[in-house]
Design a binder for this molecule. Structure first.
Ligand code: CP
Ligand code: NVA
Length: 320
């Protein structure tokens, strides 16, 4: 049985398998053909943090695969009152077919997976947001910005040597971009202020994976340098969930890290802009860029639905 806790645990081939499945399911779904690969299966979705896109895409996704989703806010279940994960995981896991958990520490997911008899999906932790990255790569593929692979039944028009620039906080999104780039083999430049760089252990692991995949990874402080020639510019909030108290302090530290039209102008002229949302206009991204012609953010948000279906169907297929 496999879990989906971080892209770090998946091989390049496995990531491609999931994307390939997501692409096939999307195609069928858009043609109104049945995609009931998980008929009568139940997905429990536990949220210890807020969500719009992750919740809706998983709930709609499992329904469209023929199953049903069960939303469980940690405020309403005993987990929120301190019931141990090992008890919650075994109890819920004995009644449903798959569990998605959005939480704080990555260790909570690992403990959940250790005790759960069914696959666990990371719906975001402080360290990673892997389901988002599959949606982002799916969006890149649809825009012709990807590394071709014989197993990926993607459009054949694509650019050579794609480069992604991530501007801003070295948070769960930055860590996840490090994993995706280093596994898939594309160039990634991250620009973050001193003291807000991505996790050092994850960076070291990404460099190891990059040595194998051919990815080029650079960690910089200058947004202008990072975006030069990039095909994808992406960013994320300066204060993630759980960092609400640091909002004001971070606005000062990050003020040079806004993706605006001037910064976009330094990238490739056909570059696209991605943002996982929720977005804070006038902070990490200007209104003009978010709503501008290069922005693919709503395609990216909608692709969450298709990526989640690929992930769930893949996990279901890999069950003992
Ligand atoms: N990008 C993302 O995970 O959005 P939500 O927090 O709305 O789920
Ligand atoms: N970095 C953000 C992503 C939200 C989808 C957070 O963790 O709040």
């Amino acid at each position: 049985m496999k879990h989906f806790l971080t892209l770090r645990d998946l091989s390049q081939y496995e990531i491609i398998e999931i994307l390939d499945l997501a692409i096939a399911i999307k195609k069928h779904f858009l043609q109104n053909l049945s995609t009931a690969l998980m008929k009568d299966k139940i997905l429990a979705m536990i949220f210890e943090k807020n969500s719009t896109r992750t919740r809706v895409s998983f709930e709609a996704g499992i329904y469209q695969l023929g199953g049903m989703g069960m939303f469980l806010s940690s405020k309403d279940i005993q987990l929120g009152r301190g019931e141990p994960i090992k008890d919650t995981a075994r109890a819920i896991g004995s009644m449903v077919d798959m569990i998605m958990l959005r939480t704080y520490a990555q260790e909570r997911l690992e403990e959940f997976a250790h005790y759960s008899p069914v696959p666990i999906i990371n719906g975001l932790s402080d360290l990673f947001h892997p389901t988002q990255l599959l949606s982002d790569y799916l969006t890149m593929i649809e825009c012709g910005i990807y590394i071709p692979n014989p197993y990926l039944k993607a459009p054949c028009v694509h650019i050579a040597n794609p480069k992604v620039a991530y501007i801003g906080d070295g948070n769960n999104m930055a860590n996840s971009w490090l994993m995706l780039a280093s596994k898939m083999g594309f160039e990634l430049s991250i620009a973050s202020p001193e003291g807000y760089m991505p996790d050092a252990t994850i960076t070291a692991q990404a460099l190891e994976f990059a040595a194998e995949s051919g990815a080029k990874i650079s960690l910089l402080h200058s947004p202008k340098e990072a975006v030069l020639g990039a095909n994808v510019i992406t960013t994320d909030t300066w204060a993630s969930m759980g960092q609400e108290d640091e909002k004001e302090k971070r606005q000062k530290i990050f003020k040079e890290y806004c993706v605006d039209e001037a910064l976009m102008g330094l990238a490739d002229k056909n570059a696209i802009f991605l943002h996982c949302f929720p977005a804070y206009r006038g902070q990490e991204v200007s209104e003009a860029v978010l709503e501008g012609p290069q922005s693919k953010v709503f395609k990216e948000a909608q692709n969450r639905l298709h990526a989640q279906k690929g992930i769930m169907a893949w996990l279901h297929r890999n069950r003992d």
